[in-house]
Design a protein around this ligand. Sequence first.
Ligand SMILES: NC(=O)c1ccc[n+]([C@@H]2O[C@H](COP(=O)([O-])OP(=O)(O)OC[C@H]3O[C@@H](n4cnc5c(N)ncnc54)[C@H](O)[C@@H]3O)[C@@H](O)[C@H]2O)c1
Length: 296
Amino acid sequence: MKNITIIGAGTMGNGIAHAFAQKNFNVNLVDISQNALEQAMKTIEKNLDRMVSKEKITINDKEKTLNNISLNTNLNKGTQDVDLVVEAATENIDLKLKIFKQLDEICSSKTILATNTSSISITDIASVTNRSDKVIGMHFMNPVPIMKLVEVIRGKETSDKVTNTIMKLSQELDKIPVEVNDAPGFVANRILMPMINEAIHTLHEDISSVEGIDTVMMLGMSHPMGPLHLADFIGLDVCLSILEVMHEGFNDVKYMPSPLLRSMVESGNLGVKTGKGFYDYSEGIRNKKVSEIFKK
Ligand SMILES: NC(=O)c1ccc[n+]([C@@H]2O[C@H](COP(=O)([O-])OP(=O)(O)OC[C@H]3O[C@@H](n4cnc5c(N)ncnc54)[C@H](O)[C@@H]3O)[C@@H](O)[C@H]2O)c1
């Protein structure tokens, strides 16, 4: 594997591009928005600068990583002769089905098609292609350059060969892959999202403040970050879509999204990426430690 295309240059896409480029893969980063591509390059550069200042990589490594990434707004051009596509576009089933149908038509029959979806069925995504044995979930965690886990999700027809290739590839990125079967939310979000949703219900019922709820979970359960702060990092729109997929997929009210979550998404307060969620990020709080946020 040498040539990789990442589709979507948002929170996850830029991190996935960074991780592959740093390991010397040729990366095509594709997004419908030129602005998203430019922002992604700025984010990658800033994150590489941080690694240089911590002496984790050299300036030469930084330049090489940036040079390994090309940007494209055209899916056809961005998927020529690639071994693997990792789709990390907006969490929306119709959008993902459309992208995979198109990818199946334009990519070589050998290309493996992976998705970074948080919750949508890999089997459903694979069903719109003529290569369901080569469609797989490659679920990275946020922030990708730092987080070790990759959930590798097998659809009903994903082959052993493709699964093994993606497990090995994840290790080449210095990640630790865990193989899981296809089910709404897979493992990570099936367990995480009900906790985040419950934290939002607890806030909505005025049982405690944002800081209070996060502090209970950090100090009481040794979580490195409280659930409301984590929801801001993930993106409240992403949390809402995952809960909706699980609610529908399991037909169980325990996954029904909190009305407060829904109203925050409707009002455009999506967390870190919009500058406001449960916390205010307008003064760049994002880079501060949680303990410093609480002092404010
Ligand atoms: N945010 C997280 O913590 C997280 C963690 C793991 C997985 N995921 C998953 O990763 C995927 C991306 O999430 P995100 O948080 O990066 O979203 P995001 O909103 O930050 O970015 C999505 C990007 O996709 C682009 N896009 C939309 N339609 C496109 C198309 N047709 N072609 C190319 N690009 C297109 C948008 O312009 C945007 O830049 C989702 O499936 C999400 O569930 C998110």
